[in-house]
Ligand binder design. Structure first.
Ligand SMILES: NC(=O)c1ccc[n+]([C@@H]2O[C@H](COP(=O)([O-])OP(=O)(O)OC[C@H]3O[C@@H](n4cnc5c(N)ncnc54)[C@H](OP(=O)(O)O)[C@@H]3O)[C@@H](O)[C@H]2O)c1
Length: 303
């Protein structure tokens, strides 16, 4: 029997590249997708899998919709029973300083990166536990290692995902299951360009921060690696059998992990600030207070 992997967000980007590579390497791939029709067309084109191929199982999944998560878990169980591996890959990004972001952005971000994966795992675990083997893999980000300005909900959600994954490893390790956290560097997908919720105001009080981060971000994109490289990193990571593993994928992710390990918090703050070209502490002048309003003339009208 081929090993079975569930990959969320398999419709494009890193999920599509990973699903394709693992299929080509003989895995049975459960491709969990929100945009099922477009995603399946891309997957079939990339893998050459025929319609109805038992090694490519499409499942509809919207992580922001609890009913969809439960239905997806039931569809996975019906199609493959207990998967060997679940890769929580689906994700969204956002740009904007905290003051600029509506609460709904935080809700979407946490639903996609934390509540959804947690709920899907909860549904799949009983069958996986019963087999005494299996792995939960979460796709985190180097931006989840440290709070990144203008990406606070993303940093916070990835951090939440990682802390959950660490806790989960302790809980399920006694049953023979394992957890892997992938610290992902910069890869050339739509999440770093088009598929981003952009709330930045380039004329508002955070204009200097937004402009600078935008400029640095655009330069960083030029060095983004192809998604296929991530897929090869994931495939290597899937061979790890330790109860818990944290694995960087990409050179920039490795450097970020090292910096977080070596630098004290104050230094890390300054390094991040300099790397993103942000103004120093207290260098943006506070707006001058409005001129005092002249005292009201005494009302001399007595009717
Ligand atoms: N690319 C990078 O540089 C980078 C760096 C660090 C971490 N990562 C992480 O890698 C993962 C994959 O990102 P990517 O670069 O491949 O981004 P991407 O090209 O934008 O793909 C994102 C995928 O997630 C799916 N998705 C989004 N919201 C969903 C939801 N509510 N329910 C189900 N699926 C949903 C999308 O489906 P639709 O097609 O329906 O929109 C799409 O398949 C993410 O977790 C991301 O945070 C990426």
């Amino acid at each position: 029997m081929p090993r079975t992997v569930v990959i969320t967000g398999a419709s494009r980007g890193l999920g599509l590249a990973s699903a394709t590579l693992l299929y080509q390497r003989g895995w049975r791939v459960v491709a969990a997708m929100r945009s099922m029709e477009a995603g399946l067309e891309r997957l079939r084109a990339a893998t050459g899998a025929p319609d109805g191929d038992p090694r490519l199982v499409p499942v509809r999944l919207d992580l922001e919709d609890e009913e969809s998560v439960v239905a997806a878990a039931a569809a996975i169980a019906a199609a493959v029973g207990a998967p060997d591996t679940v890769v929580h890959n689906a994700g969204i990004a956002v740009a904007g300083c905290s003051e600029e972001l509506p609460t709904q952005v935080w809700q979407s971000m946490l639903a996609t990166h934390a509540f959804g994966p947690v709920a899907l795992t909860r549904e799949l675990l009983p069958a996986m536990r019963a087999t005494g083997t299996g792995r939960i893999v979460v796709v985190s980000s180097m931006i989840g290692q440290h709070g990144f300005p203008a990406a606070a909900p993303y940093s916070a959600a990835k951090s939440a995902l990682e802390r959950w994954a660490e806790a989960l490893a302790g809980e399920i390790s006694p049953f023979g299951l394992g957890v892997t956290v992938l610290i992902t560097g910069t890869f050339d997908t739509e999440i770093i360009t088009d598929a981003i919720g952009d709330y930045r105001d380039f004329d508002g009080p955070y204009a200097r921060q937004n402009r600078s981060i935008d400029q640095r971000g655009r330069s960083a994109i030029r060095f983004a690696a192809p998604p296929e490289r991530f897929a090869r990193g994931l495939a290597r990571a899937l061979e790890v059998t330790a109860p818990f593993a944290r694995i960087p994928v990409g050179r920039d992710a490795r450097m970020m992990l090292l910096a977080c390990r070596l630098l004290p918090a104050r230094a890390l703050h300054q390094v991040t600030r300099l790397a993103m070209g942000l103004p120093g502490h207290g260098t943006i002048p506070t707006p001058s207070p409005p001129p005092p309003t002249p005292p009201m003339k005494e009302n001399t009208f007595h009717g």
